[in-house]
Write a protein that binds this ligand. Structure first.
Ligand code: HEM
Length: 377
């Protein structure tokens, strides 16, 4: 009996020591961090009351003007380096990628094969798999897949026509579920784009004019080249992805100790998880003035050229960026072009402004539907 009491006391003492050591991980290294909660770390309310994007943006804003290249951040119990400086983000994603090639996600190909996919794999297995998969998304393959996406989009427009009567006032439609009938890969991006366009009808009109003009130049046919030429459509999609960043932060893991260039006291130790808060960069007023405003002009060729690529990260960046980016963008372009050449979208009494997000969702998602008035053009 006495032995069991000794054993339990020893285990408790060890647990307290480990918890204490973990909680003080960054403090003991002189790196600033908001004091973490004993259990939830720096994400109190995660999946219960707080939306992940908001937690990340709030944390970033606490240190935004501090000048620290990175700060400490506990994602529940996982102590991570939270990258504040986009120049450091660029080093991690691109320049010094060799030291940050892993994402550090749980995977076990033998006992839990479903976790062994490209997103989770690391090291040699990731490299092999990425090399195998990348050729699927070359422009040649895109052209090959293009007619299939067009066919699906035409059927989708037919379904819409059945639901939208040809009279003034059209119909009130829940667009979230409807978009999922076209594609689940990019439907949320399309939904958020329509939601913004319904509130900014001037931008919607300009976009429709641009789509129709480019279509005319291509004999009214939605070909691969035609869709590529729809520049303003691209600007609208980029701005939608900035405001509605589906993946709030990117992750990497340090393969070796890394001294932050120009900041010798800031060392990311081997094995440390890294968080690059893309959603927070996208709402930083120094990078995007009036960040809450929907303004596709931010993505005019001139403004894009003046900005560093890592300041816009909805698909990540570097050798480990989203492998399906081009395919995703193609689907979104086709879907939106088809909808906007045929329909007009406006807000109605049932439209939630602002949207109410679901704290349980890992990627940004709303509670309930998104209702818009849809009329034929
Ligand atoms: C709007 C649509 C999409 C968005 C916003 C998106 C976003 C992302 C992001 C942020 C990452 C992490 C990148 C990084 O860490 O640097 C990622 C990775 C990935 N995405 Fe996407 N994605 C989209 C569509 C797709 C599609 C359509 C596919 C497949 C056809 C796809 C497949 C993948 C894969 C396999 C990875 C892991 C890549 C790797 O680790 O090498 N994604 N995506």
């Amino acid at each position: 009996m006495l032995f069991i009491i000794y054993l339990l006391s020893a285990i408790s003492a060890l647990l307290v020591y480990l918890l204490h050591r973990n909680m003080n991980y960054w403090k003991s290294r002189g790196i600033p961090q908001e004091p973490p909660h004993l259990i939830y770390g720096n994400v109190v309310g995660f999946r219960k009351t707080r939306v992940l994007n908001d937690l990340v943006i709030e944390y970033y804003n606490k240190f935004r003007k501090s000048g620290h290249p990175f700060v400490g951040f506990a994602f529940i119990q996982k102590q991570s380096a939270f990258i504040m400086d986009t120049k450091l983000a660029k080093n991690i994603l691109i320049k010094d990628f060799a030291n940050f090639a892993d994402r550090g996600q749980f995977h076990n190909e033998h006992n839990d094969p479903l976790t062994g996919h490209l997103f989770n794999l690391d090291g040699k297995r990731w490299r092999e798999m990425r090399q195998k998969l990348s050729p699927t998304f070359t422009s040649g393959k895109m052209k090959f897949m293009f007619p299939t996406v067009i066919k699906v989009s035409e059927e989708f427009v037919e379904v819409m026509m059945e639901n939208v009567p040809a009279k003034t006032g059209g119909a009130i439609i829940e667009i979230k579920d409807l978009m999922a009938r076209f594609t689940t890969d990019v439907s949320s991006t399309m939904t958020y784009a329509l939601y913004e366009l319904a509130q900014h009808t001037d931008i919607q009109d300009r976009l429709r004019e641009d789509i129709q003009e480019v279509l005319q130049q291509h004999d009214g046919k939605l070909t691969y080249e035609c869709v590529k030429a729809m520049r303003y459509l691209d600007q609208v999609i980029s701005e939608t992805l900035r405001l509605y960043t589906l993946v709030p932060f990117l992750e990497r893991k340090a393969l070796n100790d890394y001294v932050v260039p120009g900041h010798p006291k800031y060392v990311i130790e081997k094995g440390t998880q890294i968080i690059l808060p893309a959603a927070a960069y996208h709402r930083d007023e120094d990078l995007y003035p009036e960040p809450e405003k929907f303004d596709p002009e931010r993505f005019s060729p001139e403004q894009v050229a003046a900005r560093d690529s890592v300041e816009w990260l909805p698909f990540g960046d570097g050798p480990r960026n989203c492998v399906g980016m081009r395919f995703g963008q193609m689907q979104t372009r086709i879907g939106l072009a088809q909808l906007l050449r045929n329909f007009k979208f406006t807000v109605c009494d049932k439209t939630d402004i602002p949207l109410i997000y679901d704290p349980k969702s890992l990627i940004i998602g709303t509670i309930g539907g998104i209702y818009l008035r849809v009329e034929r053009v």
